[in-house]
Design a protein around this ligand. Structure first.
Ligand code: NDP
Length: 511
């Protein structure tokens, strides 16, 4: 049974979808698919209310966001229930990844958006004596946010908070697989008293997402796959509106010969199996230097066999959210197996659990001819490849169309830092994993096909604004040297200024 299934509806009525649990496969509920007309209606209201929101001070906007934080702190068990019911993720995972991270985001931007986005003077290197420059961070207007199912609450809330604090209205479209987690974002802000119409959550499927990208919004902030991201980028290009694209990855882990193997093995496990591997920054391939490969692999296998899978109690690993993703995982493992990979752990669905559970899987003898080393698997699979040395690891780590993030493991932190800098990825970690998206001040975004633009921190927050320079003349003379009329005397003066500025040591120091 699919987790999302169309439901027959009367002719002329909105299409309906039935959502089922990946754990029990029992129906959870039904949603109407919002249409282009619904998007237009929400946009119309958003356009009306956004100017008043933009005119509020940061302190006033922050009051709503802090209010949302208080609501979340009071109601998070209920929120976890909703997320777990439709994703099947482990409860502790939902607490850390969805709730803890959301509290941090709400507090971080409520407290700091003002200092990051307030109008500010900017020193000019050349014209400072004559002019003043101020930078104003002007909200874009109405922002469309389209999000995936793997972190359905945090990945919807995080960009929403940033866009709102920057003075925008938001139309949010969560994934069809996790509509109720997406709708929690609306519940949260409604309970916090956010002005009506400023945030609309439009449930639906790809049709709703596409309608959002074509509705004439002022920016699209998209998180999802490379394939859909390309469609979104095309739609934005046609309308000449900006977009940020947070897309897929095939993140490498390099284990150097001097790595702390205990920490590296534990990190590999968490990095690969967290959220059952359904994380954009999951470790999807490991390159371990031959000298330490046996020891590393045996630690990984030992730890993998200790993992507990299930949807309740103290389980470490939850379900695969969608059958479509299960099919990708099975295809990649089967392809690897048929091309000579060895399955050291897992390699199959969990026969003891009824729902969509895939066992934590460790592979060796893998090559770059296998899909498991080249395409995003987005599942609990850890393929490990032995390499001669760190140089070969680096070459293979960069042999990919993706570039989201990467990790290096070594006791020599300086070396680790230097090696990490050579990896073609948007974010890097040394002796750390799965955390970088959660470091709120770190700008996050992919290189190569893993995305365009960055979210989070100052860079991310400012991307929901247009940085508008306002240049003000200080003294108000009747006219400037460069204005009309153009005369030979003015030209001589200009040449003298140029010689002074860039042709003398004093001038170069001043400029
Ligand atoms: P998809 O690209 O399939 O979907 C993402 C969102 O886009 C969903 O809400 C989807 O709706 C919507 N959508 C579908 N078709 C269109 C369309 N034509 N126009 C506009 N929107 C559309 O990704 P998944 O949901 O499968 O998410 C998994 C992917 O997300 C992985 O590749 C993962 O790496 C990536 N990801 C990236 C992150 C990052 O920060 N870089 C973070 C988390 C995930 P619906 O689901 O209803 O069809």
């Amino acid at each position: 049974m699919a987790i999302v299934e169309p439901v027959e509806s009367p002719i002329g009525a909105r299409r309906r979808l039935r959502i089922a649990s990946p754990v029990t496969r029992e129906p959870i509920g039904e949603i109407d698919v919002r249409t282009a007309e619904d998007v237009r209606a929400a946009l119309e209201i958003a356009r009306k209310v956004q100017p008043a929101w933009a005119a509020q001070s940061f302190e006033e906007r922050a009051r709503y966001v802090t209010g949302a934080l208080h609501v979340l702190l009071n109601r998070y068990e209920e929120f976890i229930d909703v997320v777990v019911r439709e994703t099947g993720k482990a409860r502790f995972e939902a607490l850390c990844m969805e709730i803890f991270a959301s509290c941090d985001v709400l507090q971080y931007y409520a407290k700091r958006a003002g200092s990051i986005l307030r109008d500010r003077p900017m020193r000019m290197h050349l014209l400072g004596l004559m002019k003043k420059l101020r930078i104003v961070y002007r909200p874009l207007g109405v922002v469309g946010i389209i999000t995936p199912w793997n972190g359905p609450f945090i990945l919807s809330l995080n960009p929403t908070v940033q866009a709102l604090m920057a003075g925008n209205a938001v139309l949010l479209k969560p994934s069809e697989a996790t509509p109720y987690s997406g709708r929690l974002v609306a519940d949260l802000f409604e309970a916090a008293g956010l002005p009506e119409g400023l945030l609309s959550v439009l449930l639906g499927d790809g049709e709703t997402g596409q309608a959002l990208t074509e509705a004439g919004l002022d920016k699209i902030s998209f998180t999802g796959s490379v394939e859909t991201g390309r469609n979104v980028a095309e739609a934005c290009a046609r309308q000449l509106i900006p977009c940020t694209l947070e897309l897929g990855g095939k993140d490498p882990m390099i284990v150097c010969k001097d790595a702390d193997l205990e920490r590296a093995a534990a990190g590999a496990l968490f990095g690969a199996f967290m959220n059952s591997g359904q994380a954009c920054c999951a470790i999807e391939r490991v390159y371990v230097v031959d000298e330490v490969a046996d020891a590393f692999i045996s630690k990984v296998i030992e730890k993998t066999t200790e993992l507990r899978q299930g949807a309740e109690g103290e389980a470490d690993m939850g379900a695969i959210v969608r059958p479509e993703q299960m099919a990708v995982i099975e295809r990649h493992v089967e392809d690897a197996r048929s091309k000579g990979a060895r399955i050291l752990a897992g390699g199959r669905r969990n026969p003891n659990l009824e729902g969509l559970f895939y066992e934590p899987t460790v592979l060796s003898e893998v090559t770059h001819d296998m899909a498991i080393m080249r395409e995003e698997t987005f599942g609990p699979v850890l393929p490990i490849m032995r390499v001669r040395d760190e140089e070969e690891a680096l070459r293979l780590a960069n042999d990919t169309r993706y570039g989201l993030s990467a990790t290096v493991w070594t006791r020599d932190k300086r070396e680790g830092f230097d090696l990490a800098k050579k990896i073609e990825a948007g974010s890097l970690c040394v002796n750390e994993t799965a955390l970088i998206y959660g470091v709120t001040e770190a700008p996050f975004g992919g290189l190569k096909q893993s995305g365009i633009g960055q979210v989070n921190g100052e860079v991310g927050l400012r991307s929901y604004c247009h940085a508008q320079p306002i240049l003000v003349d200080r003294f108000g003379g009747k006219r400037e040297q460069a204005w009309y009329p153009f005369t030979a005397a003015k030209e001589r003066t200009m040449r003298r200024i140029m010689r002074l500025l860039w042709g003398t040591p004093l001038g170069r120091w001043l400029s």
